[in-house]
Design a protein around this ligand. Structure first.
Ligand SMILES: Nc1ncnc2c1ncn2[C@@H]1O[C@H](COP(=O)(O)OP(=O)(O)OP(=O)(O)O)[C@@H](O)[C@H]1O
Length: 289
């Protein structure tokens, strides 16, 4: 039976020019959720709410059934967070000193896994954190996040600063992290490949508003571009965009089966169908409101 790990009921929080929410959503154990949205749409702020670093103005937020704003250590040790910008209070510490310090707060710390990650991702633990390159620091933060073996892992732009090799290691490790079926990842990302490889669900957010939560395969299979011969008279009802490109008409649709029926009724000839990328899907969703 599915178990809710994070629940937001009518949660809202003013953020300067925009208001985050009201958001209603329940996230289940064993799933990977990708939070996708343009810059400034409120992804990091959503993480801060889940971590209890920000308090909702309204609504009820629960993580493992508790209010994260209470900052209960028993709740904190169940959650790992890899932020977008590294925020260790003393970055003159070496990687090794920081790892020694942090592991005291996480009873399920996996030293063997940490050592493997350090070797695999070529992290120099003798280096001060502030002297690590951006990529090395990112790899270090990810290694720390994974070695905590949290039940819930929050990743803010996990691939930012990673080269392709480190990115592959990270993806493999995150897949392994999820293999037991009892952990949950929520990650903010712009990277389509990352979503394709890892996510089960996609949460779209724009200007603080949640546009929806979608099962990944259904979403990616749903949105299509249909290339049609010649011009069409009038717009097909289910199309979100219909443009003429040379001798063809390009039709974007979230419901290809319906659009194909409409096209047949209009006497149009379908030449080919293409999948739509995540960025494009987000763009059209924002257009549709
Ligand atoms: N504590 C705060 N007080 C006021 N405004 C805030 C606060 N934190 C964030 N904001 C504003 O809220 C908006 C959302 O910011 P947030 O960092 O959550 O977005 P994001 O989706 O993570 O963006 P990015 O993709 O650029 O990282 C931005 O306009 C930001 O300036």
């Amino acid at each position: 039976m599915s178990e809710t790990v994070i629940s937001l009921e009518r949660v809202s929080k003013p953020l300067g020019a925009i208001e985050l929410g009201p958001i209603d959503v329940k996230l289940e154990r064993g799933m990977v959720y990708a939070v996708v949205g343009p810059n400034g749409s409120g992804k990091s702020s959503l993480f801060k709410l889940i971590l209890g670093l920000l308090k909702p103005k309204q609504g009820e937020l629960r993580v493992f059934g508790s209010d994260p704003a209470v900052q209960d250590p028993a709740l904190r040790e169940r959650i790992g967070y890899v932020s977008e910008s590294s925020d260790v209070y003393d970055d003159r510490l070496t990687g090794r000193s920081w790892a020694r310090f942090i592991q005291r707060w996480y009873p399920q710390w996996n030293g063997r896994l940490f050592a493997e990650l350090v070797t695999e991702m070529e992290i120099d633990l003798t280096r001060q954190l502030r002297k690590m390159s951006k990529g090395e620091r990112r790899r270090f933060d990810l290694a720390i996040g994974l070695a905590k073996e949290p039940e819930l892992l929050l990743l803010d732009e996990p691939s930012s600063g990673l080269d392709p090799l480190a990115w592959r290691h990270m993806n493999d490790r995150l897949t392994r992290f999820m293999s037991g079926g009892d952990r949950t990842i929520v990650m903010a990302t712009h990277i389509v490949e990352e979503v394709r490889k890892l996510a089960d669900y996609i949460i779209f957010i724009h200007k603080g508003k949640m546009l929806g939560i979608y099962e990944k395969d259904e979403l990616l299979a749903g949105w299509k571009v249909l290339w049609v011969e010649g011009l069409l008279e009038g717009k097909l009802g289910s199309a979100v965009e219909q443009t003429v490109e040379g001798k063809l008409t390009r039709v974007v649709t979230p419901s290809p089966a319906v659009t194909e029926r409409e096209l047949a009724e209009a006497g149009g000839r379908l030449l080919r169908t293409e999948a739509l990328g995540l960025d494009d899907i987000l763009y059209y969703m924002i257009q549709k409101g």
